[in-house]
Design a protein around this ligand. Structure first.
Ligand code: ATP
Ligand code: MG
Length: 613
């Protein structure tokens, strides 16, 4: 497969490699340079190959193959043969890999192989208008790795013209404000207006062409352009683009970090896309403000930088938002925690404990914090403070705050209009919360958070730290500089870890649950116990080490003896087990069962017995 967007020398070099092609079909996407065309013609004529030009593709094929074979090899090409010599310039180039360019040329053998691969590939999924977009994950033998392959309809030049006409008419005639509409309303509105424009202007368009064009218009207007499929694939955790002419990489739940066949072919295209993403978050990416952190309309977390400022090229990283957040039931299913541990957290959170969730990047800190927050009683007043909104809870008595930046260039030059974590936590304290949730602590806000804990507010937050020693070091040293005595206000620190299975999939585990007991008055060391710990990837189990001070305190408060405490834990485990077995996992449902259990545990058991939950 050849692409127009390569620099010419590089492209000609690649075209030379046609000589090595033993296959029947070769696709050259967007090849619009005469010199490159001639080179392809020349090389193919010496190899008894026919060069056929179709719509957006230049296709090279052995002469002995018939036209019918040829058509059937490329079912997705919707090019009009009359347009044979035209080359389109669809802005999205979804089909290229620098290195695998030649191996994508398909012989019959390879076509079979592709079909086999397709069978072997992880579920093929369809996206977009009339499900015309498709993704597969295939093992690329040359690269020896899995590749995320996006296929979208090809537009003929006639279809492209029609698309441009429709776009033009849409811009001229549609002036409805869609900002308040939800996604379904936007879809309906767009469908109506496009159909209206087609009828009004009597545009001649076949059903198939209309669907192809609508696919792209929907993707552009209410989607995320060429990364739209990635933004809709539930299996993707992160999307990252490190610059032009390199593949966009995704972090897939099963296949980890894999390359896609999507890339931005030129710098300007990537710059505009990064600026557009920032605008979608309501922010401005500019030379003045070259780093933007924000929240996309679908809730995903965006980090983007502008070219020739802090990074050479524009980049973006998106942490996909789960509309349906993971719940404790999911975490039991994923074996991130045991049933017993979840029952422990349930009891602990209900009785007011402050917690910190620690681990490396993307270890699942925020997810665990969000999932366990479902155990916070619905009557507690919650105030959350985040840079980018990630916390998603069913609680009604909840003020969700996010920081505001963009009025100054550096933190030292903060203006009164910039509102950081520190300001928000201070404001939160005046909102009389029972619980303060801070997305992630990094700087001086940690100090305020610990002071809030010390004054009786329940606090939950996340922090980058792999173990208790690193955590203490980070807390005690600048910029946080927390006195060790304040650390004793913290009740539980949970450390997360991840490991890779032999099949390459990533698993996340709660590595340890540590309770901070007190500071030793003489040695000044923090005394802690670790009631639960995870063994290892080989012995993938959790061990209960006993000695939970939190549980003992709860028993004391409630007047329970050891047996009663155990019974309470068992009852909660039973409810959790039931939810796991009956796949009751949505955060609203889990939240409502937890709320009912707090009010009337017996009612939950009655409902479970009757199967009416
Ligand atoms: N226990 C889990 N099992 C499966 N997937 C998980 C689990 N925890 C988190 N994830 C997924 O991993 C990704 C990263 O999770 P999350 O944002 O919670 O990590 P984090 O540690 O807070 O990352 P960061 O350091 O960037 O803030 C998300 O897509 C989330 O859905
Ligand atoms: Mg996080």
């Amino acid at each position: 497969m050849f692409k127009n967007s390569w620099d010419k020398d590089n492209a000609l070099n690649k075209i030379e490699r046609i000589d090595k092609i033993t296959s029947d079909v070769c696709l050259a996407l967007d090849v619009d340079q005469t010199e490159m065309h001639q080179k392809i013609d020349f090389l193919c004529s010496g190899k008894n190959q026919t060069v056929m030009h179709m719509a957006s593709n230049t296709i090279i094929k052995n002469k002995e193959n018939s036209q019918e074979d040829f058509d059937s090899t490329l079912p997705s090409v919707s090019g009009n043969k009359d347009d044979a010599h035209e080359v389109n310039n669809v802005s999205l180039n979804t089909n290229s890999f620098e290195e695998s360019a030649i191996q994508h040329v398909q012989t019959d053998e390879e076509t079979n192989e592709t079909q086999n691969n397709e069978n072997n590939s992880s579920e093929t999924k369809y996206f977009g208008w009339k499900q015309k977009g498709k993704r597969t994950i295939e093992f690329d033998k040359e690269l020896s790795e899995y590749v995320y392959k996006v296929e979208e309809p090809e537009l003929s030049s006639q279809e492209l013209r029609l698309q441009n006409d429709l776009l033009h008419l849409f811009q001229l005639e549609s002036d409805i404000d869609v900002s308040e509409m939800n996604i379904q309303e936007k879809k309906d509105h767009l469908t109506d207006i496009l159909n209206y424009l087609i009828n009004k202007h009597r545009l001649k368009i076949s059903k198939k062409s209309k669907d192809n064009i609508f696919y792209y218009l929907f993707r552009e207007f209410i989607g995320f352009s060429n990364i739209d499929i990635l933004m809709n694939d539930e299996d993707i955790e992160d999307i990252s683009c490190d610059g032009p002419d390199v593949p966009v990489f995704v972090y897939h739940r099963k296949y980890e970090s894999i390359r896609t066949n999507i890339y931005f072919s030129d710098k300007d295209q990537l710059d505009s896309f990064a600026i557009k993403l920032a605008q979608l978050c309501g922010k401005q990416l500019s030379i003045y403000e070259p780093i933007v952190d924000g929240k996309l309309p679908d809730g995903s977390r965006l980090q983007t930088t502008l070219a020739k400022t802090v990074t050479n090229f524009s980049t973006f990283t998106i942490r996909r938002f789960r509309e349906d957040p993971l719940t404790p039931v999911d975490l039991i299913n994923f074996k991130t925690m045991s049933l017993e541990m979840v029952a422990y957290y349930w009891l602990a959170m209900e009785h007011g404990t402050s917690m910190l969730f620690c681990g490396g990047t993307a270890s699942g800190k925020t997810t665990l914090l969000n999932a366990l927050s479902l155990f916070l009683p619905s009557t507690f007043k919650l105030v959350s403070v985040e840079d980018t909104r990630e916390i998603n809870l069913p609680h009604e008595n909840w003020i969700a705050g996010t920081t505001r930046q963009g009025f100054s260039t550096a933190s030292e030059e903060k203006t009164s209009k910039d509102i950081d974590m520190f300001d928000l936590i201070r404001a939160a304290l005046r909102q009389r919360p029972r619980v303060i949730i801070v997305g992630e602590v990094r700087g001086k806000e940690a100090y305020t958070l610990f002071q809030a804990m010390a004054t009786g507010h329940l606090s939950y937050s996340t922090m980058h730290a792999a173990d208790i020693n690193t955590l203490i070091q980070r807390l005690e040293n600048p910029p946080i500089s927390l006195p060790r005595t304040l650390m004793t206000s913290l009740d539980i620190v949970t450390f997360l870890t991840s490991f890779q299975r032999p099949d390459g999939s990533l698993e996340r585990r709660v590595n340890s649950v540590t309770e901070i007991i007190k500071q030793d008055p003489e040695s000044k060391r923090l005394i802690s116990v670790t009631p639960y710990s995870w063994n290892s990837a080989i012995n993938d189990r959790f061990t209960y080490n006993g000695g939970s001070k939190i549980l003992q305190n709860i028993a004391k408060k409630r007047g329970w003896n050891q047996q009663q405490l155990q019974e309470e834990l068992d009852k909660r485990q039973e409810v959790l087990q039931w939810m796991v077995e009956h796949n009751v996992r949505s955060y609203k449902k889990v939240g409502s069962i937890v709320a009912l259990y707090k009010k009337n545990p017996q009612q939950v058991f009655n409902k479970i017995k009757q199967g009416v939950i």
